[in-house]
Design a protein around this ligand. Sequence first.
Ligand code: SF4
Length: 353
Amino acid sequence: MKREETIPVQLGSVIIGGTHPVSVEAMGRTNPASVDACLAEILSVMAVGADVFRVAVPDEEALDGLLEVKKRSPLPLVADIHFCPEMAVRAALQGVEGIRVNPGTLLNQEKYSQLIDILRDQNLVLRLGANTGSLPREHREKDRVEGLFESISDALELPEKKGFSQIILSAKSTEVEETIAIYDRLSRSFPYPLHVGLTEAGEGQEGIVKSSIALGTILRQGIGNNIRVSLTSRDPVDETQVANYILRAVGLHQKGIEVISCPTCARRKGDVVLFVQKVKKAIAHFDRSVSCKVAVMGCEVNGPGEAREADLGLAFGPSTAVLFEHGKVVRTVSQENAWVEFMNRLYDQTQKS
Ligand code: SF4
């Protein structure tokens, strides 16, 4: 897949854009005023593949907390600050790696100008993020894609006049079609990396499907440098995992352990659902830099054949489990011993990768 090349932008330890891999942003749920809780969230999303952590900063107390979090955070932070440019300026002065500015809540051009100067002097990043829910007043009556585009174009004028280019753009809609259209237009119009997301996608399966179609389509067009999935969920681990599954499904993510499993049917000879749940729980603690594909199948009829590509597979037989590697049967064990045998071999596979 050919990727659209953009200016590379250095956000702390992560480079977004250029020829660098698409990275994943997670957004915290806790107020950073609760410093330890916020840091625990950062560690939890990092464990499932987040590269960047965005934090809403609603007030001064939250900003004080964020500055403490920054001292200990292993991930670069993006401070999401609305309506209060003074706080954005303060966050930048304290070296928070990225400041997210929404053109619809950017009320003070003088402070915006000051913010850009600080970001430039400190080598920090401006993330300009428009949203259909908060378009600037002058663009609200327009077609929503046009409104998003115009609000980004307007907000870019000042930094471009100042020669500042460490900018990441995003323009999010709640609609799949609009999201695909606006990112296509941004990609054709500006040289900056794009943070891609569908806003307010919803809860559970519905949100996952909408996000997957929108982000998958955009990424398959070679567009996008950083993604976030926005799900109605108490735990940002959920959306981080979905973001990584999307990257893997479109062929942009080769790391980690991919689990293929059959849906099960009346032919199944073992509890595939339970086995897969146990595998997923166990691999959550594996080193994410390994690359490996495993398969769990409910019967021997289609097992090795369906998962020929897998490094390691297991197909249940009548009271047995057949283990196969790269499509070839390597051992048959009782179902009681299947778990231990499978995990031992999985460990060996990850050592090889
Ligand atoms: S692998 Fe076997 S149990 Fe699973 S869906 Fe296919 S036929 Fe059914």
